[in-house]
Design a protein around this ligand. Structure first.
Ligand SMILES: *Cc1c(COP(=O)(O)O)cnc(C)c1O
Length: 397
């Protein structure tokens, strides 16, 4: 996955363009910038590649999710449905707006279970946020139809699945808004950065102003601009955008490597009858950023994971015991350990999490091993890794 593995002269050239003018900000300074607009160029590339009307770059993937929530009008008193298995950014972005994250079970797709989503809907629910974890998606047709029935927004967190598709459409373009992260370890990196994408013109205008202190960006005197709404600073810098521009132009090269390495590993592991690969919904094509499979039991998964670690098979995760990605270890969330007072509605919602039964999620995450696919591996390295992984798994089943 990490695009940084392939840094080259292309990234250096784009960054140098910016350094030569010294204009590190995406807005203003027109006299100095020699017509260099890296953030704008990257937004255009994203729109063209994903056939989406609008891309709004921001400072991180977490910021992208917060902005998408704001565009959907999510705020205090509203509930947003999100999965138990995700990066912590999901609930952080919801809490930012004073809204309440509602945690819901995943299924064998490793993403939101539509049946569990339906059960969690209340009159306060405003949006559903599937997170396309580890390169693949939820049953988005089912989630879309739930949103339609209940008049809810669908916000896709596609941060780990850039390049994946569903019914021929890019992940991130299926809901009301989609989010990508370009942080240091993602398939495309800006160092730090992210984007919101949408086909909704009204969202696009609001995203543009919200991420820059409410500025309307009309005219060429920044000081004289009006502020139709309150905003914030979630801007990306030209330096970050420049790196992302070089990387994004190489997306297909990176995706081809992900698919190639994934396929070698999968073909070898396929010889083991006792493992089952994650389910990809009909119409879905993974981004191949990770290879995910289920072992027969939690105990076996723990043993395999320990041997992977001690025998040099790095970047494979057993998320059940990992503090970052699964509800089990989110004590700071469950105990609402905030630096500042939270709305009563949020405190109430968070206090419910410990009482919820997530045995369905445990059933999948407990047995899951998730292997990051590096694009920097050589073919030889992937083949050796595949054999070693197969040997270790066979030892324990
Ligand atoms: C990386 C990631 C984010 C957050 O992105 P940052 O750019 O690190 O803030 C959000 N959601 C998921 C699923 C991610 O993997």
């Amino acid at each position: 996955m990490p695009g940084f593995e392939k840094f080259s002269d292309l990234e250096r050239k784009e960054v140098n363009d910016v350094l030569e003018t010294g204009v590190l900000m995406r807005y203003g300074f027109d006299g100095m910038r020699n017509n260099i607009f890296k953030a704008k160029d990257l937004e255009n590339e994203i729109q063209n590649r994903f056939k989406v009307k609008h891309a709004q770059l921001v400072s991180s993937g977490t910021a992208a999710v917060s902005v998408a929530m704001a565009l959907s009008g999510v705020g205090v008193g509203d509930e947003v449905i999100m999965p138990t298995f995700t990066f912590v950014a999901s609930f952080e972005a919801i809490l930012m707006l004073g809204a309440t994250p509602v945690l819901v079970d995943i299924d064998n797709t490793l993403t939101l279970c539509p049946k569990a989503v339906e059960k969690a809907i209340t009159p306060k629910t405003k949006a559903i946020m599937p997170v396309h974890m580890c390169g693949s998606m939820a049953n988005l047709d089912a989630l879309k139809s739930i949103c339609k029935t209940h008049n809810l927004k669908l916000i896709e967190d596609a941060c780990q699945a850039i390049g994946g598709t569903y019914n021929g459409k890019a992940l991130g373009t299926i809901g009301d808004a989609g989010c990508f992260s370009f942080d240091y370890v993602k398939t495309v990196t800006c160092g730090e950065g992210g984007t919101v994408i949408t086909n909704n013109d009204d969202y696009a205008v609001k995203a543009d102003l919200y991420q820059d202190h409410g500025h309307d960006h009309v005219g060429n005197d920044r000081g004289a601009e009006t502020h139709p709404y309150l905003g914030y600073n979630f801007r990306i810098s030209e330096l970050n955008a420049a790196i992302g521009l070089a990387q994004f132009k190489r997306l297909d090269e990176f995706l081809d490597l992900q698919e190639k390495h994934y396929t070698i590993l999968r073909q070898e592991l396929n010889s083991i009858n006792a493992i089952e690969f994650r389910t990809v919904p009909n119409g879905g094509v993974e981004s191949y950023a990770f290879l995910n499979f289920f072992l027969p039991t939690l105990e076996i998964a723990r043993k395999v994971s320990a041997d992977f670690k001690s025998e040099g098979i790095d970047v494979c995760f057993h998320y059940y015991d990992n503090s970052w990605h699964y509800v089990r270890k989110w004590e700071h969330l469950k105990e609402a350990k905030s630096l500042y007072p939270l709305p009563e509605s949020v405190k109430q919602g968070l206090s419910n999490i410990s009482k919820q039964d997530f045995s369905q999620s445990d059933h999948f995450i407990g047995r899951n091993i998730s292997c990051l696919i590096k694009i920097g591996w050589t073919e030889e390295e992937v083949k050796l890794r595949a054999l070693k992984m197969t040997e270790i798994i066979n030892r324990h089943i």
